[in-house]
Design a protein around this ligand. Structure first.
Ligand code: SAM
Ligand code: SF4
Length: 328
């Protein structure tokens, strides 16, 4: 499936829930979040029907389960197994905060999940509490170990760079890659949602992080990793793992974007930085046939904008969107 700018769309980020067991400051309010009601959330049968159509008829080959926190939704392991059975699905991955991974990594691997991205913004317990507003660092670290042990490879750690908060930890994060097959990716903070503290947080360009790492370890060498996506990968010479830099803001990669997003309540979002959303739940529940759903999906994908405009802080739509609802 190609969009109007001749980009091949082959990657679906599938949010299975808007709920989460953490409250990361840049993603979710601490209290008063207006959760979707259970009736608003698509059932696994509904999600599977959409995925099946997108994979078998529109050429989507990679599905990533995300949220909110995907592992808090009951039945997620069985759902992963059902998706794995869809013919044509080459890659099934998961984005998680890792809190429940120690218990679930082996079952997820057995169900057919290929690999995981684990979000981790700090290696210090007191900072974890401050950023995620919950306890949990030891459990996340146990989850990282369990993912490695289960063979959910490659294991990527996603670290959002928060100026004045965790940028002094980049060298510690980089050190994790020296003797373990871990792929640490530094993600530039995106100014989305009302949770984003527009004045308090400094944006740190990925380039500044790279310079800090090079000051400690010397020049980085090129690195490669499976399921590369938008990150640029480098490696400390001789290290087992790699370092990735996701420059969504300082150097957007929209021209190569191959993804669309489906929210847990059944809206197809062609771009993280736009309000465009096509309702698929209403037609699904009104009994639409496959032809009609495919027409809506094709139309929604073709609306994918040329690029995001998240850097424009005056755009009200950037404040109206939150990552936990879209799936990151
Ligand atoms: N709960 C799972 C997790 O944390 O990995 C999956 C959903 S979460 C919304 C997906 C990713 O989005 C996480 O890596 C998170 O750090 C990232 N994210 C959330 N808000 C962000 C923001 N404002 N800027 C950059 N990344 C953000
Ligand atoms: Fe939850 Fe992930 Fe958002 Fe953190 S980033 S609040 S773990 S959905």
């Amino acid at each position: 499936m190609r969009d109007q700018y001749e980009r091949t769309i082959e990657y679906l980020r599938l949010s299975v829930t808007d709920r989460c067991n953490l409250r990361c400051r840049y993603c979710m309010a601490e209290a008063g979040v207006a959760w979707k009601s259970p009736e608003e959330i698509l059932s696994y049968e509904e999600l599977e029907r959409l995925v099946r159509l997108m994979v078998t008829r529109l050429g989507i080959s990679h599905v990533r389960l995300t949220g909110g926190e995907p592992l808090v939704r009951q039945g997620i392991v069985d759902f992963a197994r059902r998706l794995r059975a869809v013919p044509g699905l080459r890659d099934l991955s998961l984005s998680t905060n890792g809190l429940l991974l120690a218990e679930m990594a082996g079952k997820l691997r057995q169900a057919g999940v290929d690999r995981v991205n684990i979000s981790l913004d700090t290696l210090r317990p007191e900072r974890f509490r401050e950023i995620a507003r919950r306890e949990g660092l030891p459990r996340v670290l146990a989850g990282v170990e369990a993912a490695l042990k289960a063979g959910l490879e490659p294991v990527k750690l996603n670290c959002v760079a928060l100026g004045g908060y965790n940028e002094d930890e980049v060298v510690d994060f980089a050190r994790l890659t020296l003797d373990r097959p871990l792929h640490v990716r530094f993600i530039e903070l995106m100014p989305l949602g009302t949770e984003y503290q527009w004045e308090a947080w400094r944006f740190v360009p990925a380039e500044a992080l790279r310079r800090r790492i090079e000051a400690a370890f010397g020049p980085l060498a090129p690195g490669e990793v499976r399921g590369a996506g938008p990150a640029r990968y480098l490696r400390i010479p001789g290290a087992v793992g790699t370092l990735g830099f996701i420059t969504a803001m300082s150097q957007h990669f929209c021209a190569d974007c191959n993804r669309v997003r489906l929210t847990a309540d059944g809206y197809l979002n062609p771009c993280l930085g736009s309000m465009l959303a096509t309702d698929l739940r209403a037609p699904l529940r009104a009994g639409a046939g496959d032809g009609e759903i495919l027409r809506l999906l094709t139309e929604a994908i073709s609306l994918k904008p040329e690029r995001h405009q998240m850097e424009d802080l005056t755009r009200p739509e950037n404040r109206q969107r939150r990552m936990s609802g879209i799936g990151g």
